[in-house]
Design a protein around this ligand. Structure first.
Ligand code: ZN
Length: 194
């Protein structure tokens, strides 16, 4: 069989940018599930060179420097454990993650906004325990009323999540692309805990 070398070379070149490495903390758990902690091939090779990570698994793809050839890492583990912050930053993304990207009144997962459970006009604060993800429709219907005034029910009382709780929430949202070498590190402990 004749191999079209040029064609496969081109394909390899095009794919190189998509060869991300899954980044594990020193305890072999992903640094972050959602978004999944990934590094570009350049960053993972650089970190390996600097002895900041150990390479756990590699792609078949080889990149060459003037002095040597290196296989592109697919999974790397940090040598030094990064301690997750105890409390999670109060950000739009983290709030959506806590609420699993669903309206806390009707459960819809479309385009989301935020709702102050106790409206600001009634003294409601902008914090973890008073802001929830809400769809535009519920947000609009509720307006500046209390939930008791409009018959709405919260699916879950808003709470301040720990960094660990958010990490676990993120596990429920697997990315579109999972390289086979990543799967063991992403989901083995999920099964044990359920
Ligand atoms: Zn809704």
């Amino acid at each position: 069989m004749r191999v079209d070398y040029r064609k496969s070379l081109n394909r390899d070149t095009a794919n190189l940018s998509s060869l991300s490495a899954l980044v594990l903390n020193a305890d072999y758990r992903p640094l972050s599930y959602f978004p999944l902690s990934l590094w570009s091939w350049q960053d993972s090779i650089k970190a390996a060179f600097l002895d900041r990570v150990d390479v756990v698994s590699e792609y078949d793809r080889v990149v060459r420097s003037p002095s040597r050839a290196i296989r592109v890492p697919s999974v790397v583990v940090l040598r030094n454990y990064v301690k997750p912050a105890k409390s999670a930053a109060f950000t739009r993304f983290n709030l959506f993650l806590r609420d699993e990207f669903a309206c806390q009144y009707c459960g819809e997962q479309g385009e989301l906004t935020f709702d102050h459970v106790v409206p600001r006009s009634k003294g409601g604060k902008t914090n973890w325990s008073n802001v929830v993800a809400a769809c535009a429709r519920c947000n609009h219907q509720k307006g500046a009323r209390l939930i008791s005034e409009c018959g709405f029910r919260l699916r879950r009382l808003p709470y301040e999540p720990s960094q660990m709780q958010l990490l676990n929430q993120g596990r429920k949202f697997p990315p579109n692309h999972l390289h086979r070498s990543w799967v063991d590190f992403l989901y083995w402990d999920a099964k044990l805990e359920e």
